[in-house]
Design a binder for this molecule. Structure first.
Ligand code: M6R
Length: 615
């Protein structure tokens, strides 16, 4: 997720752009840049780091003009360098653009353009500038009047992936072209001026009148006019809306907290995580960054997943995936334990560090230890260019976008998605058939729609939260692959509501925990239709007999669940291995609504930090 702001009007663009970038910094903050057109030239200034760095650098430049584009980056492809920061040029320094999203087929498009275009960055975005420039030049070659919008439309016809983009051309200083597919863009309407941005935040100081671009739309925007087309070049009528949000509400896209927004981001970022990373025909994943030959992959006889907190619960799901699909014995180690345990690893051990921030001190230290002992060490990380990403010899970014709430939600689901894909990739080298791989991939592709189905039940989940909010202790139960889900649900509740809770594998109950069961000790049990359903159901019957209040997560259609309790939250059916991707979401919402009801500081719970960079 990156932030885009563009301006065309009669005021100096630079102050508006820089101020706008500051408002958008929550969307990405590893590097930033501006480009402003004047006198047939484009002036571009970029800098690594936060907007303050860019602002500082701009003091040494004169960048004047009344039309410009700007970007604050959250890297996905290519490290955090000034070269990779947006805006990006084509070859002749006249066409420049900013982009939010992922261009899935950028390598293929580069190859198709051949060596007539020189690329300067490692980003997926740069290809867009060159491709649009190519189509623009073609118009000239065919003696057509050069038209930036048409060049954008022609280029986008070849693109697979997602984009919100704004294009500017030095020879067309009265024009900006914006296009959207999968990444939001809003156009703000002022007097003789327009603003374009990833969300309404940066324009609220100037106008409340906006037009939201929809997927597949391309807009040609001048100072006084805006015309919108679809990708077939047919004109579209757009409606002007009045925004009622204030700035903070707009940053949260109208949600009350970042955590809630991030829970609702999950279907979208899940698609970002898997996009372009599998081959359905061959029934396998193709996560490129592993940097291991097929022989090296086959030589791995043990996987260790190292992580902390929520990442460790995601890793516990990953263990199931690696063992079931790849048949490789897999352990999950909490990083703070691993590093001091004198762990046994060798050159046949593959160690993954799983981390949202990529900066967690214990995870980093554990990975260094594993590296010292000769293991393959790789990262499954969200923050591009983070220390874990840099210090490991490869791995994969989970593409969850910036996660600002301390409680991790969307990073969890994307970590699970990536571990499932890795497990499949290893499995297909050994024992998984193409048909099994295809079944899994098809089920993975259905996950975003199923996540939406769960999110639509937010009011019911809130009702349950209100019913249960006053209990002082909770027990979360699961079995098999849903035991880590119980752990994560309990973890979420603890950290944001401060209610005591524990999670157990349900089969352990009669070995001690049954003694706690009573009418003031609610049990949240995950009883979806997996291979342990019958056993889980018996466990729940026993809890019912002991009069503990029961809240169930059950599979849609399981009417029998209602015989056990009135409080059932239904989730759509999926393959057992993918259940955690769905079953965790009602637990995130349950914890969230309880915490809100109890008046907690949901995004910044007490005593916790987003990134734990000390031991
Ligand atoms: O950045 P990391 O994924 O390495 O962080 C690990 C834990 O600190 C983190 O998951 C923590 O438990 C969160 N607060 C969970 O919501």
């Amino acid at each position: 997720m990156c932030g885009i702001i563009a301006y065309i009007g009669n005021k100096q663009a630079l102050p508006i752009l820089v101020k706008g970038l500051r408002r958008l910094e929550y969307r990405g903050y590893d590097s930033a840049g501006v480009a402003i057109a004047q006198d047939g030239k484009i002036n571009r200034v970029r800098s690594v780091g936060r907007i303050d760095n860019l602002d500082e650098k701009l003091k040494d430049h004169t960048v004047e003009g009344t039309v410009g584009i700007a970007h604050t980056r959250w890297a996905t492809h290519g490290g955090v360098t000034e070269e990779n920061a947006h805006p990006h040029f084509g070859c002749d320094g006249k066409l420049v653009l900013v982009h939010n999203g992922i261009i899935e087929n950028y390598r293929e498009l580069k190859t198709n353009l051949g060596d007539t275009h020189e690329f300067k960055t490692q980003t997926d975005t740069e290809i867009l500038a060159h491709l649009i420039e190519f189509h623009y030049e073609q118009q000239k070659i065919h003696n057509e009047t050069p038209d930036v919008r048409l060049a954008v439309e022609h280029a986008l016809a070849h693109v697979r992936g997602t984009y919100g983009l704004v294009v500017m051309h030095a020879d067309h200083p009265d024009l900006l072209v914006a296009a959207r597919l999968g990444s939001p863009l809003v156009v703000g309407i002022g007097e003789g001026e327009h603003y374009i941005a990833s969300d309404a935040t940066p324009m609220l100081a100037y106008t409340k009148k906006v037009i939201f671009l929809e997927d597949g739309e391309v807009a040609e925007i001048s100072r006084d006019n805006m015309e919108t087309y679809n990708l077939k070049d047919e004109a579209i009528e757009k409606h002007v809306e009045e925004i009622e949000w204030n700035e903070t509400q707009a940053q949260k896209q109208g949600f009350d907290h970042f955590m809630l927004k991030e829970i609702f981001d999950q279907p979208t970022v899940f698609e970002d995580a898997i996009r372009g990373r599998y081959n359905l025909l061959e029934g396998t994943a193709n996560l490129g960054g592993l940097n291991m030959s097929d022989d090296e992959m086959r030589s791995v006889n043990r996987v260790i997943l190292i992580a902390c907190g929520t990442a460790s619960y995601a890793a516990m799901v990953g263990k199931y995936a690696f063992e079931r699909l790849a048949g490789i014995p897999t352990e999950v180690d909490v990083a703070s334990e691993f590093r001091y345990r004198d762990p046994i690893v060798d050159e046949h051990t593959l160690v993954f560090g799983v981390s949202q921030s990529g900066e967690t001190a214990d995870t980093l230290a554990a990975l260094r230890e594993a590296k010292r002992k000769g293991a393959f060490v790789r990262g499954i990380v969200n923050v591009v260019g983070s220390t874990i990403a840099r210090e490991t010899d490869g791995g994969t970014y989970i593409h969850a976008g910036p996660e600002l709430a301390v409680a991790s939600t969307k990073a969890y689901t994307n970590m699970v998605a990536i571990m499932v894909l890795y497990a499949l990739q290893f499995g297909r080298l050994k024992r998984v058939s193409p048909a099994t791989g295809q079944r899994l991939l098809k089920a993975l592709r259905e996950i975003p729609a199923k996540m939406h189905e769960i999110l639509e039940q937010k009011d019911l989940i809130k009702e349950m939260a209100l019913k249960y909010k006053d209990y002082k202790d909770f027990l979360f139960l699961g079995r098999g692959i849903n035991f880590p889900v119980a752990l994560e649900g309990s973890h979420k509740l603890k950290e944001i509501s401060y209610i005591h809770s524990e999670a157990y594998p349900a089969g352990e109950m009669k070995h001690g925990v049954n003694a706690l069961l009573a009418s003031d000790f609610p049990v949240l049990a995950i009883m979806t239709k997996d291979q342990l359903y019958d056993k889980m159901r018996s466990n729940v019957e026993e809890i019912k007999a002991r009069k503990a209040p029961i809240l169930l997560i059950a599979t849609k259609g399981d009417e029998g669940a209602k015989e056990l309790t009135d409080d059932v939250l239904y989730v759509p059916d999926t393959m057992e291995l993918l259940e955690p991707l769905l079953n965790t979401i009602p637990l995130q919402l349950f914890a969230y609504y309880i915490a809100v009801e109890l008046g907690r500081d949901v995004d910044r719970p007490r005593n916790l930090a987003k990134s734990v960079t000390v031991e």
